[in-house]
Design a protein around this ligand. Structure first.
Ligand SMILES: Nc1ncnc2c1ncn2[C@@H]1O[C@H](COP(=O)(O)OP(=O)(O)OP(=O)(O)O)[C@@H](O)[C@H]1O
Length: 237
């Protein structure tokens, strides 16, 4: 069942028009990947869902409810978590402090309970709880970035290029965690990935976006069979 839908969306930033007539949907408890060349508008699709980009026409629906153009903090309260491409981490604060400020309006007990949940999911962060976030490795920072979003207990998680600039072994670990979010927590994931092959290996559905338009939508295996699309937009995967 589609929990998140985008219908005939035109969006961008002020006068810069980026997306044209996009139709998109993400199914409950599945991983939907968005791939495509640099500058295609992949992040802008996430930004449009999360109320960051300007929407000129079209709709964003969450469980059938129109959330088009609502402010990010309201969308967050409705159960959508967002891990941006640029860091959502405060380097000068400890790991624990970063988790604390992710949820300001909950009691100390509630915070502890949520933090325990998140640390059970990312045991590595438990060891690093009192370290300044700025001293973490690239992979640890990505885990913290996801953990911050999880503290708000979202049903849907938007992940923007969380594996960029990481060593292959670390990428593998992070993507295993994404699969775990789906399989163990039943979370709905929408992920933008620059490295198409990685995304195709774990996703249930894929959107190929180029020049602000959807060029392919469907089964990742079927996309790989479309040699022309692959060589035109994805090159040597
Ligand atoms: N905040 C912004 N203000 C103005 N233009 C922007 C902004 N963010 C992105 N753009 C422009 O929108 C276009 C699409 O960018 P977007 O980040 O969505 O692409 P992308 O497919 O995610 O690419 P990449 O893989 O390189 O991140 C680009 O031309 C980019 O320069």
């Amino acid at each position: 069942m589609a929990v998140l839908e985008v219908k005939n969306l035109y969006s961008g930033y002020g006068k810069i028009k980026v997306l044209f007539d996009i139709n998109f949907s993400a199914d409950e408890g599945k991983i939907t990947a968005i791939i495509g060349p640099n500058g295609a508008g992949k992040s802008t699709l996430l930004n449009s869902i999360y109320g960051i980009a300007d929407i000129y026409d079209g709709k964003v629906l969450l469980n059938g409810i129109d959330i088009t153009g609502l402010k990010p903090y309201i969308i967050a309260r409705m159960g959508i978590g967002y891990v941006p491409q640029t860091n959502n981490i405060f380097s000068e604060l400890s790991v624990e402090e970063n988790l604390r400020i992710a949820v300001r309006n909950v009691s100390r007990e509630e915070f502890k309970a949520r933090m325990e949940e998140v640390l059970d999911f990312f045991p590595k962060l438990r060891e690093l709880l009192h370290r300044k976030a700025g001293t973490l490795s690239g992979g640890e920072r990505r885990m913290l970035a996801i953990a911050i979003a999880l503290m708000r207990r979202p049903n849907i998680l938007l992940l923007d290029e969380i594996t960029t600039d990481l060593a292959p072994i670390v990428v593998k670990r992070i993507l295993e965690k994404v699969v775990e979010l789906r399989d163990k927590m039943g979370m709905t994931i929408v992920m933008v990935e620059q490295y198409a092959r990685r995304a195709l290996e774990i996703c249930d559905k894929v959107y190929l976006i180029a020049s602000g338009q959807v060029k392919f939508e469907g089964d990742p295996k079927q996309l790989l069979e479309q040699r022309e699309l692959v060589s035109l937009y994805l090159g040597a995967l």
